[in-house]
Every structure is written in C-alpha cells, then in structure tokens.
Design a protein around this ligand. Structure first.
Ligand code: MSP
Length: 661
C-alpha cells in the first residue's frame, strides 16, 4: 500500500532575462535545492519551481541592442538559465517562463477574477517611473533618482488599470497577525507591517507605454505590469486556473531576496485575496552576497560567477560555502579567500579526511568490511550520544532554514570523531583478540558516525555525501534515506566498503584563486577564437588538429611562414584539478622550457608522454585555459567524429628545437 505523501511546494524568484546568472541568483536556487532534498528525505512530495521573468521594457531594449526579436532574445536567455541550473545539478521541477502560453492564460484569468470581484478599475496615472526596476517610485532621491538603483527616473502618464490595493490594508494586517510565520525573518516582518500600517495606495497593474508584455484581453494596447505578470508565475507553474487538480497550491514557501519582499508579502497576497485564491504559507527573504561590501554588477566588474568555482572546487564546495559562511537571512561578503580556506579546512581536512581515514583503517584491519562493535567504553558512548543528539538538532535547524547552524553541528561531530580517532589510536593496537575487538569497536563507531553525518549533510553536499554513502556500502541512495528513521546503531557489521575516491583534493590557495579568477575572466570576456592559419585549436585546449582549409581559402607560403613550429620534447605532464580534459605539460623547445596545456587528458596518460617528441606551435600568443597559462600549442590530428587527438610525431631522430617547414 502506498501512503499518500504530504505535498510541499517551494519557489525561487523567476529571474530577469536581461542578464545572466551570478552567484547571488545561484545562492537562491541552491537554497531551494537544499530544502527540496531535505524535505524529500522527510517524506514530502516536493515540487520546486524556478524560471524566467521575460517581459518589460528592459528586455525590449536588450533585444533591440542585440538586433533580434524579443521572443528570440528571451528564448536564448531562458535556455542559458535553464542550462546552468541543469549543469549545476539544481534543476527546477517546474521551469516556468512568463512567455509560456499556460502562464499568459493564468495571468489573464487572475486579472478577470480580480476584476469580477470589483478590485480593478480604469484610471489615469502620472508618476516617476524607474525603467530599470520596472516600478513607479513614490519617494525619489534628490534629483529624481531611483532610490534603489540611483538612476534617473522618467515621468510617465498613462491610462492604466488599477488594482484596489488600498482595500487590503486591513485584510493584510489581519492575515499577518493570524499567520505570524508568513514573513520571515522576523526583522523583515516588522518592516512590512509598518509599511502596510502606513497606508496602501492603489496600484497600477497595466501599462500602455510598453509593448513587450502579456496583453490584457480586449484592452490592447494594455499589457500587464511586470509584477502582476511575474508573481503569477508561481501559480501557472502548478496548474494555473486548474491548480486544485495538481494540489500544490498554495505554495508552502517563496524564497526571495530582501529587495523584492514587498512585492511578495503585500502585492501578491492582495492579488490572491482579491481573486479569492489561497495565499502562500510563507515568504522567506534572504540577504545579499556582496563583493567587497558592494552590490555586484557587471559595470563594476565585481560579478562572481558560479561555473569557475565549480570547475575548480566542485559544486558541493560552493553549496557548502554559501550556506555555512552566512546566516540565512543576513547579508554576507563573498570572498575567494574565505571560500578556499573553508574548502581546505572543512571539506578536505574535515569530512574528506575522516572518510578516507576511516575507510583506510577498515580496509587494513578488517579486510574492507565493517567490523563488529564489542563492549563500549565511556568515550565510545559519549561519541554515540553526541552523534545521536546532533540528528535532532540538525533537523530542527534545517526546519528553521538555519543552515549555518545545521552545518556547524554536523562539523562539530566530525571534529569530535577526529579527536576520538587521534586519542584512541586504533592504528597502534596489536592483533591480540582483545586489541582486535577494541579496534572493531573504534572503527565501527567511527564508521557509524560517518554514516550519520553523511545522511545529515546530504541536502547541502549531495555529490560527496552520495560518494561517502557508497563507500560505506549502503545499498539505497543517501537521498532516499528517511531522516525520520535515522538513529545511532543502524550500521550493519559485515557490510563491505566500496573503493574509496578522493572527495576533496586539497588545493593551494593562491593558485586556486588565480585560476578561478582567470576562468571567470574568460567567461566574462571571452577571447574570440584566433583564426590560426595552419592549425585550429582543438576544442578542449591547446592541442591542434590540422585544419582542412576550404579550397577557396588557400593561403600563400608567406602566411604559412608566419606560423613557427618546432620540435619539442615533453619533460613533465600532469592532470589539472577542475579540468578533466586538459594536461599541463612542460615542453623543451630547444631555446627554453615552455608550459603548454593540451586537451588530450582523455586519450593520453601523463606518464606515457614523458620524453616524447612532438610538433609545437611556438609563436602563438599565450592564453589561459581553465585558468592555467598555456604558452604554445601541441599539434595533433583530429580523428573520427569525436575528434580524438593523435599527437603528430617523428619516425626518425630529430633534434629538439628544429624548425618545421
Ligand atoms: N524577476 C524578479 C523576480 C520576480 S519573482 C516573481 C527579479 N529578478 S532578479 O533576477 O533581479 O533577481 C532574482 C533574485 O536574485 C532576487 O531575489 C534577488 O534578491 C536575488 N539576488 C540578486 N543579486 C543578489 C546577490 N548579490 N545576493 C543574493 N541574492 C541576490 O527580481
């Protein structure tokens, strides 16, 4: 008999398509994914929605600048957002675009409901409008500047439909009182309550000055105001007018940044009340990640991107850092230094080390099988107690979205296990029956602790927790483990460990930061592919496959002469953390030793290359590949549909440094 699961519906904001995701957006989506994984482990049937907010004058302008139709522009952008979430392992269950037909219908339907219930009327509106934030501004900064973004406001008069927000002052205040948890954290709630107590003005919800929007049926050229449009996406994602059929509405949780809390806690519940629809249960406003205490922006050049960090340290490292470093709800500063420090200390030396140490000891002493625990000594009891107590504490903190606290608790248990191993010294015990039994108790205790912290850490560290779980020989995936049933003592002796993998290879801080920054730089300012006359760089890096020029593209000998190729001999070769396809080589080219990266890691082992003579393009401008400097290019043929690189070489003795002509 399958038990019907309780539903849990949560959302991230839907992101504007006139820009691309940075760490701030990634933060919200990661948090949503953590909650989703956690709730699933608590037995809920969870749906998480994210998506793209595609209408408005900013998109109109951006599309014009790009010389394409708005629809084409937003389709590309929506693809890019969706692809990033997929790549990072945080895909939406429902990805909603505000240009989706189902969304358009939902917005029009919601408007009709509000209108039929008498909360919508037509009028004229003149106001100062910020075209960047898509909002009329009531209290401009001196010089008519936008209080949010400091940019000049425009005076706009137009015929609008108005929403009677003023009628919802009482109902909203009553609602906040009856639902004290609706606005989180508490400090934000006070802010909103005083705003509503100060009186609410009616709100214009359609525009005639904008073309790129959802049309108000029968009222063209009216289109919906972006926030009436955008907020409704949460409902369109789970059935729109037919929301009852799917059963996920009202939302349990809207995660938002602090800048958009008013839209979510004042306008949105009012729209829903006007349409007589259920109101979401909770809106949680988190703080901002700042870079050197300033808001990130492309123009300031201080945007932090997720991909370079993930390439270098892995997605789990980014997830862990964002959730551990800053109390959820508060602002925090982002720094690469702090990121790498936490990575090395908490992940590599903490969880990673405990897992590999435990596995190695069990491997050596018990043939890779979980030993049987014998009589327990007080220190074993103490550790068991600490781990058992952590379960309750961690769940409680996850429930409150106190991620930093939850992780702190988990890591203090990991720390206790390290100390325990260091003081019990199982490696110093001999092979007598007693000593072997004691070893068994110590290692069973450590492995059981590892199992518990792994299950608890899974929502934040899904990749590495899955690896540790597998290492411990657990059959069912850790994400399927039911947290409600998690208890000390469930680890079965005799379970065979699987092969240990390095979870978090330690990195050298300066080098790691340099590489992350270089990769970010590449992503933000992509270098246009340099047309190489005789060789085209293989996609993955500096191994060149001979290009076949089209017949019409014949070049003269003087062009060919521009390419200086020499015989080089590979001196060293190593893999690069965070770049699966690249090898870092040092190559003797006769006059000097060069560092060159080659995209051949999937086809050549580093050892097989040492001493090998290769053809090197030596006068290419140096560039960075995955953040590593590459000064030259190794020539290779590109074979088969996959473009497998085969290094060009020599069948006779050649001198290092000889020129190829
Ligand atoms: N499209 C609207 C939301 C409509 S929801 C019905 C929007 N989009 S946004 O792309 O500008 O921002 C989306 C979210 O990203 C907001 O919650 C915002 O607070 C968050 N962040 C943007 N930069 C941020 C940081 N630097 N740090 C943390 N979050 C920040 O607003």
């Amino acid at each position: 008999m399958t038990e019907k699961k309780e539903k849990f519906y949560l959302t991230t904001p839907i992101y504007y398509t006139n820009g691309l995701p940075h760490i701030g957006h990634t933060y919200t989506t990661i948090v949503a994914d953590v909650i989703r994984r956690y709730k699933r482990m608590r037995g809920y049937d969870v749906v998480m929605t994210t998506g793209t907010d595609e209408h408005g004058v900013n998109v109109e302008r951006a599309a014009k600048k790009a010389g394409v139709a708005e629809s084409e522009f937003v389709a590309k952008m929506a693809d890019a957002w969706r692809a990033l979430w997929d790549e990072l392992g945080i895909p939406a269950d429902e990805f909603v675009r505000t240009t989706d037909l189902k969304h358009v219908r939902t917005v029009q339907w919601l408007f009709r409901q509000c209108k039929e219930n008498g909360y919508v009327y037509k009028g004229n509106y003149t106001g100062l409008y910020c075209i960047y934030d898509n909002a009329f501004v009531n209290e401009p900064k001196p010089g008519n500047l936008c209080p949010d973004c400091d940019r000049p406001l425009e005076t706009v008069t137009e015929e609008n439909y108005f929403f009677k927000l003023s009628a919802f002052q009482r109902p909203l205040l009553d609602f906040y009182r009856k639902n004290p948890d609706f606005i989180q954290p508490e400090t934000r709630k006070n802010e909103i309550v005083s705003f509503v107590e100060g009186g609410l003005k009616d709100l214009s919800i359609t525009r005639t000055t904008i073309r790129w929007g959802i049309p108000v049926p029968g009222e063209e050229p009216h289109v919906f105001y972006v926030w009436f449009d955008a907020l409704t996406a949460y409902l369109s994602a789970v059935g729109g007018p037919e929301y009852e059929k799917r059963g996920y509405w009202p939302a349990d949780l809207h995660l938002v940044g602090k800048d958009i809390i008013r839209f979510h806690t004042v306008y949105w519940p009012a729209f829903l009340m006007a349409a007589m629809l259920p109101v979401p249960k909770q809106v949680w406003a988190h703080g901002w990640f700042l870079m050197d205490a300033a808001k990130m922006s492309k123009s300031k050049g201080n945007v932090v991107l997720p991909r370079p960090i993930v390439n270098m340290l892995g997605m789990d490292a980014l997830r862990y850092f964002l959730l551990r470093e800053v109390v959820f709800g508060q602002d925090g500063n982002f720094s690469y230094d702090a990121l790498v420090t936490r990575y090395n200390s908490d992940l590599a030396n903490g969880l990673g080390n405990l897992a590999s140490r435990t596995a190695a000891l069990i491997e050596k002493n018990f043939d890779g099988k979980i030993p049987k625990p014998g009589a327990r000594q007080p220190q074993d009891e103490a550790l068991a107690k600490e781990a058992q107590a952590a379960i309750g504490e961690v769940l409680e903190n996850y429930d409150k979205l106190s991620f930093a606290r939850a992780l702190e608790t988990i890591w203090s248990v990991i720390g206790a296990a390290d100390k325990y191993l260091t003081s019990e010294q199982p490696w110093a015990l001999g092979n007598s029956e007693d000593e072997q039994a004691r070893k068994g108790t110590i290692l069973w205790t450590t492995a059981e602790l590892l199992r518990i912290v792994t299950a608890l850490a899974y929502p934040v560290l899904p990749d590495s927790a899955s690896k540790v779980w597998l290492l411990l020989g657990q059959a069912v995936g850790v994400g399927k483990c039911e947290l409600d049933g998690l208890r000390w003592g469930q680890l079965a002796p005799g379970t065979a460990l699987s092969k240990a993998q390095t979870l978090f290879p330690r990195v050298e801080k300066t080098e790691a930061i340099e590489r992350i920054e270089a990769m970010a730089n590449e992503e933000l300012n992509p270098t246009p592919a340099v047309p190489a006359p005789a060789a085209t760089p293989a996609s993955a890096g500096g191994a060149a496959a001979a290009a076949v020029p089209a017949a019409s593209e014949k070049i003269g000998i003087e062009d060919f002469a521009k390419v200086e190729m020499r015989v080089g001999q590979i001196k060293t070769a190593e893999r690069i953390v965070g770049a699966d396809k690249l090898l870092k080589l040092t190559v003797d080219i006769g006059t000097e030793i060069r560092q060159i990266c080659a995209g051949i890691a999937q086809y050549y082992t580093p050892e097989s290359l040492i001493g090998r003579k290769v053809a090197v393009v030596v006068n290419l401008a140096p560039r960075k590949l995955r953040g590593v400097e590459s000064n030259g290019m190794i020539v290779a043929a590109s074979v088969g549909p996959e473009g497998r690189p085969v290094l060009a070489g020599f069948h006779e003795e050649v001198e290092v440094g000889a020129r190829l002509k």
